[in-house]
Write a protein that binds this ligand. Structure first.
Ligand code: ADP
Length: 266
């Protein structure tokens, strides 16, 4: 029996892409590239949504502490984005894959015309076997890095928006934790993993704590918002641990990994 070929959006957070010192986690990035290349070789189409530009840039600029002002965050993002794309290009290139950079602002997805342009670009890239790598355009926008609302919440929302824009079958959010628990496992030892969520409502949001790890910024709340948006468009979201990118194989094969948020199908 052959597997259905799917269009899959995979989001990786800062905590998956960088180590404790804020440097690029090269081993992780390489494994991620290899796994995604392999999944593409199985006939699937993959869009990667990648964070980590500010942390990597701050490190490369040898800043003594995490940048606080907007201008420094944006400068660090400009440096780090370049580093990340260089590394992705190199790692994916090793497996004979071509990548493309897509930087987005919130405004880009609010205007019909821009939305259509984006959808066409995604389609053209995917038709040619290219792996689009998406990030928020941090150096010119501030929705992700500064706004109170954290619209894109460390790219969680951006990944859902990308999934909707390119009509994806699946959204996979890789985090530093095994999935969505009934309470924050970093605070409560007895927290239990929830394997499947059919309906996201107020009570689900109450289970998510505040912003997450030191290096991540979104926490589970923004992942729920992303899953909520994806579900409303019939797209399943899987939240799983990115510590071992090989979990992607299991997810693509439809095996139970992490937490699955079921997309609403009429
Ligand atoms: P990433 O950079 O991977 O997006 P975040 O640090 O932003 O990661 O989000 C993941 C974190 O969310 C976890 O490490 C955990 O501390 C926190 N969290 C809060 N509530 C929950 C919950 N109910 N289930 C799982 N994790 C939770």
């Amino acid at each position: 029996m052959s597997l259905k070929k799917e269009r899959i959006v995979i989001k990786v957070g800062t905590s998956t892409l960088t180590n404790e010192l804020g440097n690029s986690n090269l081993h992780r990035m390489e494994e991620l590239a290899m796994t995604i290349a392999d999944i593409q070789n199985m006939g699937h189409e993959v869009i990667l949504v990648s964070s980590g530009a500010i942390a990597v840039g701050a490190n490369k600029m040898r800043l003594k502490e995490k940048p606080k002002s907007m201008r420094m965050k944006q400068a660090a993002a400009a440096v780090g984005q370049c580093t990340n794309m260089f590394l992705y290009d190199k790692f994916f290139g090793y497996y004979d894959k071509t990548v493309a950079q897509i930087l987005l602002n919130a405004e880009d997805i609010m205007q019909e015309e821009k939305k259509e342009n984006l959808t066409n670009t995604f389609d053209a890239l995917l038709e040619h076997g290219i792996i689009p790598i998406v990030n928020e355009n941090d150096s010119v926008s501030y929705t992700e890095i500064e706004s109170e609302e954290k619209l894109f919440g460390d790219n969680d929302m951006l990944s859902a928006v990308a999934a909707v824009l390119c009509n994806a079958d699946k959204l996979i959010i890789l985090s530093d934790i095994d999935g969505f628990y009934n309470k924050d496992p970093r605070l409560y030892k007895d927290a239990e993993l929830i394997v499947c969520i059919e309906e996201i409502d107020e009570s689900t949001y109450e289970l998510a704590g505040g912003a997450g790890s030191r290096r991540g910024t979104g926490g589970m709340r923004t992942k729920l918002q992303a899953a909520d948006l994806a579900a409303s468009q019939g797209i399943d979201t899987i939240v799983a641990n990115g510590g071992n990118p090989k979990v992607l194989y299991e997810i693509v094969k439809g095996r139970q990994v992490g937490t699955r948020f079921v997309g609403h199908r009429d």
